[in-house]
Design a protein around this ligand. Structure first.
Ligand code: ZN
Length: 454
């Protein structure tokens, strides 16, 4: 039997020469929910600033461009990096703690874990670990919630700045209905968030961006939500990130607490917290008016199927929201999502739908380009196009036992299917943000294995 395994070792160190570097391998480039470009003998060519110069068949590219450095990747795949639209940094040490619906789960596992972020030593250790793990999982862009602590959030930004991830992040704000040690005044919530935004929003040519982040409606007063909207609007290009309609119990409590508003979404909308650059995680229990409003205002959703399974929160109305033109990508929602890998999230997005089959190509699109569109960053990232920034991953599907060694000889649709349904982070060999390698298996072999600090 003929096997096709990546023939070449990886050599991903700094390019020897200035100029263009060609990553030669099997390039898969999502274009839409249904379509992708496929170059089996392809290349992604990146200039020294991390901008994409060309993508296509290597022979064709060679005729048009002078290539200064070549990275031979054999039959390995080159795809856009994953985009995780909703994840909690401080919850990472609490992965896999199950057995409760949302509100009791927060009380039992999450609030105690978040309280530890008043300790700078702990905060720094977890932040470094978290951003290295994102890179190891092939996630190039993450929309991150931290805790209420300003100093810990500042450290988290510093970690991402150093490690090289692309991040949209914000300090969680909680002004009521939370344990005393996690509560803050409305003034502190806004002032501390604004100070972080001023410091980090736009860092490194917009690699780091700020999101104003009330945890959810229940932990904010109405006046705090109004002040949040003002702060968000005062910082152009910043984001608003929160949870929406996750569990039934939560939705009922919101209806009691904010009885003047038509729906949970309207608690945000009526206070000016909706529209371009807003990201709502979950959005499971919506009515038709909510769906129309999300679409019309170009608000974005983070669909977190693994988390929805884990906390038994319900089923995201995938078809209905897609048909209504609502923008959405995928989120791991660690730690309610038990794994950081977007491979897991992609397969769960298919499994959780009782009737609909989502194709592997569509799931891959949701984990990449759809995320960029949801974040209004598709002009810069999400897929490969001349002029975009080179956020990409190198995948070796043969790395995991149980995936057929000859799979690279199969049609690309079937390679994608094996990836989505059998893949995990072990397949990721390298992760690049803006052309800069932020993780590789080579580097991992040199460094000590990333170990849990706690
Ligand atoms: Zn969440």
């Amino acid at each position: 039997m003929q096997y096709s395994t990546p023939a070449h070792p990886l050599h991903l160190g700094k390019p020897e020469n200035p100029g263009y570097t060609a990553y030669k391998g099997h390039v898969i480039n999502p274009i839409s929910a249904q379509a992708y470009e496929d170059f089996v003998n392809g290349a992604l060519v990146v200039d020294e600033h991390g901008t994409i110069v060309a993508v296509g068949n290597y022979e064709d590219i060679q005729k048009e461009h002078k290539i200064d450095n070549v990275r031979e990747l054999g039959t390995r795949l080159i795809t856009p990096g994953f985009m995780d639209l909703h994840i909690h940094l401080p919850q990472f040490p609490q992965l896999g703690k199950s057995g409760q619906h949302l509100l009791p789960w927060l009380e039992k596992y999450i609030y105690p874990a978040e309280s530890r972020f008043s300790d700078p030593v702990h905060s720094k250790a977890i932040a470094d670990w978290f951003f290295k793990e994102l890179a190891r999982n092939g996630t190039t862009t993450a929309v991150v919630m931290t805790t209420v602590h300003q100093e810990a959030t500042d450290m988290a930004f510093a970690s991402a700045a150093e490690i090289g991830n692309r991040v949209i992040m914000g300090k969680v704000m909680m002004t009521c209905n939370a344990p005393a040690q996690l509560l803050e005044s409305e003034r502190d919530a806004i002032n501390h968030s604004s100070a972080l935004c001023q410091k980090w929003h736009g860092y490194d040519n917009d690699r780091l961006l700020y999101a104003f982040t009330p945890r959810f409606a229940l932990t904010s007063s109405e006046s705090h939500l109004k002040e949040t909207a003002k702060a968000w609007k005062q910082h152009p290009g910043s984001y608003f990130h929160t949870h929406l309609s996750e569990s039934e119990e939560e939705v009922k409590l919101v209806a009691q607490t904010f009885s003047d508003h038509r729906s949970y979404l309207d608690v945000y909308a009526d206070n000016g917290l909706i529209g371009v650059n807003s990201i709502f995680a979950h959005a499971i229990h919506l009515d038709n008016a909510d769906v129309v409003k999300l679409s019309k205002t170009q608000s974005a959703l983070a669909h977190c199927p693994s988390s929805n399974f884990f906390l038994k929160s319900g089923v995201f109305a995938y078809d209905r929201l897609e048909k209504a033109g609502v923008k959405f990508g995928l989120g791991s929602d660690v730690a309610a999502g038990p794994q950081m890998s977007l491979f897991q999230v992609m397969k769960d997005a298919n499994y959780i739908q009782p009737q609909t089959w989502l194709s592997p190509a569509e799931l891959f699109y949701r984990a990449t380009l759809a995320g960029a569109i949801a974040l209004n960053l598709e002009h810069r990232i999400g897929n490969f196009k001349k002029g975009k920034e080179a956020d990409f991953i190198i995948i070796d599907p043969t790395k995991k036992s149980g995936i057929a060694r000859n799979m690279m000889l199969q049609p690309t649709d079937e390679i994608l299917s094996s990836l989505v349904f059998s893949g995990d982070e072990r397949l990721i060999e390298a992760t690049f943000v803006r052309g800069h390698c932020i993780y590789s298996v080579e580097q991992k072999a040199i460094e000590a294995t990333i170990s849990s600090p706690h």
